[in-house]
Structure formats: C-alpha cells, structure tokens
Design a protein around this ligand. Structure first.
Ligand SMILES: Nc1nc2c(ncn2[C@@H]2O[C@H](COP(=O)(O)OP(=O)(O)OP(=O)(O)O)[C@@H](O)[C@H]2O)c(=O)[nH]1
Ligand SMILES: [Mg+2]
Length: 467
C-alpha cells in the first residue's frame, strides 16, 4: 500500500465547470511535468521555480498541443501532501484531462489510489488521522452544521481534546508503573483519590463526546424525521410543502400513500431527511398493509416524529393516535411534534377543544398548522431546529460524527470504568495498568498515533480519487 517513492497523479475536480485541476505529487512531480509542459516564456524552467509559483504554458504531446494550462508548483514540505507537487489547471474537457494523465503516466507517474493524496499528507505528518477523515466530511458536507462539524475537526479541535486526554492518561500510567517497578517494597507513589479524580475527569470528557455522536451523525447524514398519522390528515401535503416540491401524490382518498417517500432538505443550516409514510389504519389491502409495516419501521429509526392530525377529527382521534405512538416510542429518546393540520377549514371550537384535552408530555410539542396555506409552517421549522439542539450545534463544543471515533471512545470509556472500579476495590496495579494502556491505545487510534494498514485502508478507501 505504501509507495512513497512513486509520483502519483489524478484529476482533483469533479465533472462540470470550465476548468479542471490535475494533481501530481511525489519526488518526480516537477521533472515529469517538465517533459510535457512548455512555458510560454521559453527561458523559464519549471525545475528552477520556487514553491507557490504559477507558470503559464502549453501541454504538448510531440508536436500536438493538448491545452493551454497554468501549472502551480509546490515544494516539499510546503504542499498538501508534504511532497513536491504540481497542480495543472487545464480546460475541463474529459479528453484533455485524460490526455494529460496519459502523458504524465507515460513519463513515469502512476495513477493515484482513492484518498492517496490525503493519506500521504497523514503519513508525512501534515495532519493526523481524524483531521484526514474530516477532509472527506468537509467535501461531503451539505449543510451549515455538517460543515461546521467537519471544519472544526479539520482544524484540529477534536484532535487537541484527544491528545490532552491521552497525555493525562500517560501521566497516570507512568505513576502506576513506577509503583510496579518497586513492587516488592509496597510503596504508593500515586495518591488513589487523585487517580480516581483524574479518571473521572477523562471519563466525563469521553462520555460527553460519545453522547454527542447521535447528534453529529444525524447532522452528517440528515436528521431522520418520520411524518406519520391517520390516513388523509395531510402528511403528503406537508412533505411536499417542506421539500418545496410535489414529491408525494396528494388526494382526498384515504390510503393514497402506500410506500415510504423520502427526501432531504436543509432548513436553517441543518439537513433533514423527511419520510412521508402510509397512514396508520386497519385495512384489508395487502399493499397498504405492507406500507403500514414500513411506517412502523420508520417510526423506529426516526430521531423526530411529526404526528399529523386533522383538526376536525377532534381530540378523540388525536388522543388515540398519540397513545399508540407513545406506546411504540416508549423508552426511546424521540422527539415528537404533534402537528394539528387543516386549520384553514377548522370547524368552530375545535382548536380550543384539542388544546384543552391533549396534553403534550416531555419532548412533545403541540402545534397547529395548515399544510395547504402554509400557516404555522415557519414555527414548525423553528421547532425542528430547537429539537435538534441547535444551540449546542452552534457552540464551540466538539461534536463527533464519525462511527470509528465513537467506537474507539466507547472502548476508552469501558477500559476507564474498569480502572475506576479497580482503584476503588484495591485491584493490583498491574491489572489496572493493563486497562490504562488499553485506554491510551484506543485514544491513539483516533488520531493515528497508533495505526495499522487495516485502519488506514478502511478510511482512505472511502475517499474519492484525487483527494
Ligand atoms: N383544507 C385543507 N386541506 C388539506 C390540508 N392538508 C391536506 N389537505 C387535503 O387533505 C387531503 C389528504 O391530503 P394528503 O396529503 O394526501 O393526506 P395524507 O395524510 O398523505 O393521506 P394518506 O396518504 O392517504 O394517508 C387532500 O385532499 C389534501 O388536499 C390543509 O391544511 N387544509
Ligand atoms: Mg399521503
């Protein structure tokens, strides 16, 4: 997998646009490019240029001019990868790009693997592993919040936090191991109470990070929101309104929606994944029954549920729907928004009746909307943001969104819980030291201080080519 001596090349830009960038990195970058690139100022030699300079000229193959290009020169270690590197800005024709890559390869470069530029940056110490992962997250980010989490991680705030924890634990380990060295003499260098305090401090940080994962993960992939309710209450109308698109079929026939219909939209900086579902009722229709089964599955996986009710069906129907939903969501940390719909055709007194009978519990909100006129929709959107803990997202707190980090932090926490128990119940130092070492190991895996080909392979395989 490691082939640091090679010079790699790949297109760095996606399809579309007028200009494309081809990236070259490795010890022979400049000399390979010199063979195919001819500066318009003929006295200029690429190999004599300083880093961060740009040269204008032609890419040629024998006598054939392939393109007018700009060549940017980077000198090790001042490049993304830390190696000598070249970026060729050419026109975005697929033919031109292919031709330039061919020329580069014929002159000694090799095609880059997915993520190989970033992997080299990691191996050359330009960034740690969690920062490298954040690069991929940044490229994939589609909302302000996903962007914020990625950029914080890329700038190293998460890595810093992990490194502090690791340093704390290394200090702890050294105290314990010192005692081990003096094993026979029964000395205690480390004050137990202080050790317990240190473990508690680290534990509170790792637990905080772990608990941010649900939020971080939802923000990264779109917060799953299930729109559920009785047939004909206006679920599909609401979906279309939120997506600003006629995505789902709307009709006055109960049981119109049979399959779960899903799409994402960014509202106030957060991406949501809304799923419109088949209305819940007993039916003999086989297809509809399958749809209703899907609705139940969506309720399971949603972070937020919007229960849509028809205002004119009154509190009885709503209470019944609510009771069933609460039973189903019992014990799971789901937020519920009760959206009483069709306020535009409210029969007199219905709103008052519903408000006086239906009592939202904790994590539930009752609101009145019209999916037809848009009344109350802004409030609904705001409420979605509040439910998503927007303040916490906007704060400087580190939020993790990467399952690999989550799993490593869970291991750290498990090890530290054992350490704490061990300290309290007087377990021998050598056993405690093992758990401490394990916690340190897993923290090191996050930043890449400890790594192996398998971990690296898993991470960089998911990158695109050219990154
Ligand atoms: N007046 C009024 N009619 C609405 C409103 N929302 C939906 N409707 C109408 O109610 C009927 C049912 O709407 P749908 O959006 O298809 O309802 P649904 O909940 O998706 O229905 P199923 O898919 O059958 O479960 C349609 O005729 C809509 O035009 C509203 O806010 N006001
Ligand atoms: Mg529908």
């Amino acid at each position: 997998m490691l082939r640091a001596g090679e010079t790699i090349c790949a297109p760095a830009t996606g399809s579309g646009g007028a200009i494309a960038v081809i990236r070259v990195s490795g010890p022979l970058s400049i000399s390979i490019c010199e063979k195919i690139f001819f500066p318009s100022e003929f006295r200029i030699r690429l190999s004599e240029q300083k880093g961060y300079s740009i040269v204008y000229g032609e890419i040629r193959h024998s006598d054939e001019i392939i393109d007018d290009v700009l060549v940017s020169i980077f000198r090790a270690p001042h490049s993304y990868t830390g190696e000598d590197a070249i970026e060729i800005s050419c026109h975005a024709s697929r033919y031109v790009q292919q031709k330039i890559l061919e020329l580069l390869i014929n002159n000694g470069a090799v095609p880059a693997n997915p993520g190989e530029f970033t992997q080299r940056a990691f191996l050359n110490g330009k960034m740690d592993l969690s920062q490298a992962e954040a690069v991929a997250d940044l490229i994939a980010s589609e909302s302000q919040m996903a962007h914020r989490i990625a950029i914080n991680q890329m700038r190293g705030s998460f890595s810093d936090e992990i490194r502090i924890l690791r340093a704390d634990l290394l200090h702890f380990a050294s105290l314990i191991e010192l005692e081990l060295d003096f094993g026979e003499e029964d000395v205690e260098f480390a004050d137990r109470t202080q050790l317990i305090q240190l473990v508690d401090k680290v534990l509170s940080v790792t637990r905080g990070l772990i608990s941010s994962f649900g939020l971080g993960n939802a923000v990264k992939y779109g917060v799953p929101v299930a729109i559920v309710g009785n047939p004909n209450t206006g679920k599909s109308t609401l979906l279309n309104l939120l997506l600003r698109e006629e995505k789902a079929i709307v009709s006055d026939i109960p049981g119109t929606t049979r399959d779960a219909i899903e799409d994402t939209v960014v509202i106030n900086g957060i991406q949501y994944r809304f799923t419109d579902t088949a209305g819940l009722r007993d039916t003999g229709d086989i297809i509809e029954t399958l749809g209703i089964k899907k609705t139940h599955e969506k309720i399971e996986t949603a972070a937020i549920i919007i229960l849509v009710a028809d205002i004119n069906e009154g509190s009885g129907a709503l209470d019944e729907a609510l009771r069933r939903l609460r039973n189903k969501a019992e014990g799971r940390n789901k937020k519920l928004i009760i959206a009483v719909n069709k306020t535009d055709i409210e029969l007199q007194g219905k709103r008052i009746e519903i408000t006086s009978v239906v009592k939202p519990e904790q994590d539930e909100t009752l609101m009145f909307i019209s999916a037809k006129t848009g009344e109350g929709i802004e409030e609904l959107k705001l409420r979605l943001g509040e439910v998503m803990d927007q303040e916490r997202l906007a704060s400087e707190n580190v939020i993790i969104s990467n399952i690999r980090h989550y799993e490593a932090l869970s291991q750290v926490t498990d090890s530290l819980v054992r350490v704490r128990e061990g300290l309290e119940s007087g377990v021998p130092e050598d056993l405690i030291a093992i758990d401490i070492r394990q916690a340190i190991h897993y923290l090191g895996e996050i930043t890449g201080e400890i790594t192996n080909d398998e971990i690296l392979g898993n991470i960089f395989r998911n990158f695109c080519i050219g990154k």
